[in-house]
Design a protein around this ligand. Structure first.
Ligand SMILES: [Zn+2]
Length: 260
C-alpha cells in the first residue's frame, strides 16, 4: 500500500540553528513537538523585507508550516510564539540557550518525535528568560536530556548489587551505568570510574526523585557552589556518552568549550 502523506504540515518548533544556502536562502534546523528534528529551506529569508522577518532567529519558539519537498522540505510560514526577549539581553543566558539548542541538535533524532525533549527545551528557554538561577536550569535540563534519551544512570541504589547507599562520597562506574557501594567499588577494576562527592550525589538524587515534577524558581534556589560537583559529574558523563555513542567531535568541542 502506498503511504499517503500530507503535502503540508504545521507544528510547534524551536529554531536550533541555521546555515546559508545559495544567495538568499537558509537551511533552518528545528526541533518540533510532533516530528522531532527537521531541517527545511527558508526561501528568500536573506532578502530585505522577507516575509519571515526575524521569526527564524535561533532559539525562537515558533509555529511553523512546512511543505514537503523531494529532497528538503521548505518553510512556508512561521509565526513567533515566544522570542525570549529577556534572555536575548544577557550574554550568559544567550550562551546557555545556544548550548542547550546544540545538545538537542545532537541528542534529538531526525523525524522521530520526543515530546518530553521538546517540552524540556521550551521550558528551559522560558526559565532562562527570567534570569534567575540559570546555572541550575541548564543542569536540570542536561539531567532530563539524559533521562528522556535513555542514558540516565542509577544514583539511589548500588547499580551492581542493588544495596542502598549511605550518605557519603561514592564511586561512579559509567560502564555499569551507576553508583557502586563500597564493597562493589573495592572489586571495581574499571579505569573510567571516578568518585562523586556526597554534595553532588545529594543534588543528583534530588533531580532523580523530581523527574515527574515541574520545578519552579523556589526549587532552583541552590547555591552555585553546591551545584559545582553536579556540573562536573554531568560534563564528564556526557563526554563519556559522546565518545561511546555519538562519536561527535562537535559535541566534544561543545563540552570542552563549556569547561573553560
Ligand atoms: Zn554493591
Amino acid at each position: 500500500m502506498l503511504m499517503v502523506r500530507n503535502r503540508v504540515y504545521k507544528t510547534d518548533a524551536v529554531v536550533l540553528k541555521q546555515m546559508p544556502l545559495g544567495e538568499t536562502n537558509r537551511i533552518i534546523t528545528f526541533y518540533t513537538r510532533e516530528y522531532g528534528k527537521i531541517a527545511a529551506v527558508a526561501r528568500g529569508v536573506r532578502r530585505p523585507g522577507s516575509k519571515f522577518g526575524g521569526s527564524l532567529e535561533i532559539l525562537n519558539h515558533v509555529e511553523a508550516a512546512f511543505g514537503r519537498g523531494r529532497s528538503l522540505d521548505s518553510v512556508n510560514e512561521c509565526v513567533v510564539i515566544n522570542s525570549y526577549k529577556y534572555l536575548r539581553q544577557n550574554l550568559t543566558a544567550i550562551a546557555q540557550g545556544i548550548y542547550i539548542a546544540e545538545l538537542v541538535d545532537i541528542f534529538g533524532e531526525d523525524r522521530s518525535a520526543n515530546i518530553r525533549l521538546f517540552e524540556i527545551l521550551s521550558e528551559t528557554l522560558s526559565n532562562l528568560d527570567r534570569y534567575e538561577n540559570s546555572e541550575f536550569w541548564v543542569l536540570w535540563f542536561e539531567f532530563r536530556l539524559l533521562h528522556f534519551s535513555g542514558f540516565l544512570p542509577e544514583f539511589i541504589d548500588c547499580v551492581e548489587c542493588r544495596s542502598p547507599l549511605d550518605r557519603s562520597d561514592h564511586t561512579f562506574n559509567p560502564v555499569a551505568g551507576g553508583i557502586l557501594c563500597p564493597l562493589c567499588a573495592d572489586s571495581d577494576v574499571n579505569d573510567q570510574s571516578w568518585v562523586v562527592s556526597v554534595t553532588g550525589l545529594t543534588v543528583l538524587r534530588y533531580f532523580q526523585r523530581s523527574l515527574e515534577l515541574t520545578l519552579g524558581q523556589a526549587d532552583a534556589d541552590i547555591s552555585v557552589v553546591d551545584l559545582l560537583d553536579v556540573k562536573t559529574f554531568l560534563r564528564i558523563y556526557m563526554r563519556y556518552i559522546a565518545e561511546r555513542d555519538f562519536k561527535s567531535t562537535g559535541f566534544l568541542d561543545l563540552i570542552k568549550f563549556k569547561n573553560n
